[in-house]
Design a protein around this ligand. Sequence first.
Ligand code: ADP
Length: 413
Amino acid sequence: MKILILNSGSSSVKYQLLDMTEQTVLASGLVERIGEATSKVKHVRRPGTDQEHSHSEAMSIRDHATGLTRVVELITGPETGVIASVSEIQGIGHRIVHGGEAFSAPTLVDEAVIQGIKDQIPLAPLHNPGGLAGIETALRLMPGVPNVAVFDTAFHQTMSPEAYRYAIPKELYSELKIRRYGFHGTSHFYVAKQCARILKKSLQETSCITVHLGNGCSMAAVKHGKCIDTSMGLTPLAGLVMGTRSGDVDPALHAFLADNKGLSIREIDTLLNKESGLKGMCGHNDMRDIHDLIAQGDTDAQVALRVFCRRVTQYIGQYLALLDGTDAICFTAGIGENDATVRRLSCATLAGLGAILDTQRNADALRGQVTEISTPASLIKIFIIPTNEELEIATQTMEVLGAKEAERESGTH
Ligand code: ADP
């Protein structure tokens, strides 16, 4: 069964074609700078195998439809292709950033679902239009192939009001749906399921803290398989320190900056989303550069790393208190999977709470592998669990399509 995964942003489309029978990636790639004078396309056939073949091109791609047309040509083409025709694709899974309160599970796309995603645009004005363009283009280019929308917010919809409501006038919730939503849900769900598998328990028996540290960073408290709290909020700006996002700051900062620097609300929003975080503190948003700077004695980089890790520790503490019993803390994504120093600093003061890091195992952990990095005496296990959002989207897409098929069969029998 072949599933195409599309992650369509405002000016980019990332894609992966997966063979779900073999659990392999047939092709992956990225179309970027859609709408600019020169767009870029990168396509890799059979990545990570001895048949790997990379193809890059620069051309003018005016919109998502042109971009996706090119993707279809590449995945079916003579040199770059992996399938003879799109009729081999059994389903298309779309990553959609915001499902609001309307979507708490992956959903087969129809007219009502498209309208439902449109209705969430005020909550994600930068992200949902790209996702919609991806869906609408896929429906046109590959008619007859079912499309499934997989929402970044869905996993967090199990939070209770005390987790998702903000202490602001209640009308703001009823009128504008201002509340905590949380993001990276596909990754948190995937990692929680992997954690259950490693512990040889069902997901319903598993409680864990998932720590996703990539370009964007967020955490989730998962109790008996369900998310009970998460660090991102109405938008992905809240919570942990990130590459260019501040994470939590005093909410009065907007007024302070407007009064003292004459910045507009838009400028402050850009400052907190694009010029803050690690980049704001030391000029670099990639954690590898920060380690290089620290090695050269850069104190700003040292402070940035410490602030980043302290925030992770604080959220772990919060979630340990809320969960009332946790099986594991699971680090994932670019920094979480690869950066032993970040994991060591983030876990340095958790021994009293029952989570003891084995510093040697942590330092020796191999890239890309599930690894237990806590000591045998640790009451709470600490794991590195590589995330795989595309595989999770494909799995959820198959589940939706399987359920649809079962529904059809039971209707006809
Ligand atoms: P995204 O959120 O875009 O999916 P990733 O999960 O790939 O991002 O994480 C990207 C970040 O991971 C980079 O910005 C970099 O800071 C960090 N990273 C990647 N590899 C390493 C490494 N070996 N050591 C430390 N940090 C790393």
